[in-house]
Ligand binder design. Structure first.
Ligand code: ATP
Length: 205
């Protein structure tokens, strides 16, 4: 699961845990980007975003942080990351890219987007406020690769798209940043450890 994580919040974390439980996956990697391709510059440094992901995942040992995009620097293209992961995992291991519905809707704007499915499956998770209204290029891509069941994601290394709804949490990083700017509380939107880190480092003022 890639993201800007500016900052990580309970919408990310609950989705990650829901996925692990639903699919019985061994691990889920959260991969903070260095420079997002489709958003403006993050509000805080890559190191601070990475630190917050590390703090956020502490409650579940199945969650891992993968700093490869930050170490790579430059613009963070998902296709580069997936190709690198595929090389490390070998050709047979299922690899699944997790994206929220909002991200999936923007897929046709991503670099080499049609190649993503050659390297990994795509698991699209629901997000409050976002419906699967696909433009035609995405609709045909989805129809071509749609899995018949979730189990298909674990039967082949790549090539299938599956959509699934989990605990709907209408939380976003921009909402957290806006509340901080207004000096309003961000309690219960992010883990306490992250709330403390944001306060201690005077982030998002
Ligand atoms: P921002 O508000 O700054 O745009 P964001 O909350 O969308 O940020 P990202 O780090 O950009 O957070 O999201 C990383 C991934 O997590 C994306 O695929 C996004 O769709 C998904 N995601 C983020 N928040 C939720 C949520 N509340 N429910 C489900 N998926 C989410």
């Amino acid at each position: 699961m890639g993201g800007t994580f500016d900052p990580i919040h309970h919408g990310h974390l609950r989705s990650a845990v829901d996925i692990l439980d639903a699919f019985q996956f061994k691990t889920l990697r959260l991969i903070p980007c260095y420079q997002p391709v489709h958003k403006g510059e993050p509000s805080v440094s890559a190191e601070q975003r990475l630190k917050m992901v590390e703090l956020g995942i502490q409650a579940d040992s199945r969650l891992h942080v993968d700093a490869r995009e930050i170490l790579r620097e430059g613009r963070s293209y998902s296709i580069d990351t997936l190709i690198q992961l595929r090389e490390e995992l070998g050709q047979e291991e299922p690899l699944i890219m997790v994206v929220g519905m909002d991200s999936f809707l923007s897929l046709p704007t991503w670099a080499r987007w049609q190649e993503l499915i050659d390297v990994a499956h795509i698991l699209v998770i629901s997000r409050p406020g976002w419906e699967p209204d696909f433009i035609s290029a995405l609709e045909s891509f989805y129809e071509k690769h749609r899995a018949e069941s979730a189990a298909e994601l674990q039967c082949a290394p790549a090539g299938k798209i599956w959509m699934q709804s989990f605990t709907p949490l209408a939380i976003s990083s921009s909402q957290v940043r806006n509340l901080c700017r207004k000096k309003a509380s961000i309690a219960y939107l992010v883990p306490e450890t992250i709330q403390r880190f944001i306060e201690a480092n005077s982030l998002y003022k």
